[in-house]
Design a protein around this ligand. Structure first.
Ligand code: NAP
Length: 247
């Protein structure tokens, strides 16, 4: 028996990177992944790749901070598939700068997409989950939201906010059997970290007890567990997947 059989799973920012790996892992466990991302071309190629792997998936182009569009997409999904079992708020960006040099737009865009986008998608999906009296929401945070990081005040604040939002939502929704958890990845090999110079990567790697950068599958495997029945007594938690970087 597959662990997510017949579940309808919505994953934001899933045309590539961690979100795509989550969509693929969910699909392999019997779920129907529904992708939301901002570039239609990227969504199309992600869906092709999933279909090649034998996974039936659907995609919608939207910015997670476009409230009306997100609400319309959720409505459409429920019309087509009758429910939303799992929501993964994964879409996220960085705009790194030191506080003294940080432009207000850099602050605002990161807080908007990473934190407000998570709020909007949670609000719109939970409407249906509350009626179903069942659901699992997974918010992709970051270890930086726990430790902070020089040059990433906006990103750290957004991810710290995601962790606090996770706990509040877990408390609000628990009586309706909706679990809300956060996943805090450390350094994971994706486009987001690909721009880092070799020597910086080596330095990071040396600080990781398990002595390697994480893979997208390391994060996806945890998400499968949190979304599944095996995690039915876990809510409001932030689980790090970071090779022991912070403990
Ligand atoms: P990624 O490779 O940059 O992928 C993110 C995806 O989200 C991209 O397809 C991106 O589209 C899309 N996206 C960006 N803004 C969006 C918006 N407003 N609405 C909808 N989709 C949007 O990133 P990743 O490394 O897989 O990271 C995924 C999540 O994990 C993020 O929340 C990130 O903060 C978190 N995380 C990553 C790491 C890491 O080491 N990689 C560590 C800790 C936490 P475009 O490519 O077109 O912009």
């Amino acid at each position: 028996m597959k662990r997510l059989n017949e579940k309808i799973a919505l994953i934001t920012g899933s045309a590539r990177g961690i979100g795509f790996a989550i969509a693929k892992a969910f699909g392999s466990e019997g779920a129907t992944p529904i992708l939301i991302d901002i570039q239609q071309e990227m969504i199309d190629s992600a869906i092709d790749e999933l279909q090649t792997a034998g996974i039936k998936a659907y995609g919608y182009e939207a910015d997670v901070v476009n409230t009306e569009k997100i609400a319309a997409i959720m409505k459409e999904i429920v019309k087509e598939h009758h429910r939303i079992d799992i929501l993964v708020n994964n879409a996220g960006i960085t705009r790194d700068n030191l506080i003294l040099r940080m432009k207000e737009e850099e602050w605002a865009r990161v807080i908007d997409i990473n934190l407000k986008g998570t709020f909007i998608c949670t609000q719109k999906a939970s409407r249906y989950m509350l009626k179903q009296k069942e659901g699992s929401i997974i918010n992709i945070a970051s270890v930086i939201g726990i430790t902070g990081n020089a040059g990433q005040a906006n990103y750290a604040a957004s991810k710290g906010g995601v962790i606090a939002l996770t706990k509040s939502a877990a408390k609000e929704f628990a009586s309706r059997n909706i679990r809300v958890n956060a996943v805090a990845p450390g350094f994971i090999k994706t486009e987001m970290t690909a721009f880092l110079p070799e020597e910086v990567v080596t330095k990071y790697q040396e600080s990781i007890p398990l002595n390697r950068l994480g893979s997208v599958d390391d994060v996806a495997n945890l998400c499968v567990f949190l979304a599944s029945e095996e995690a039915c007594y876990i809510t409001g938690q932030t689980v790090n997947v970071d090779g022991g970087l912070i403990m």
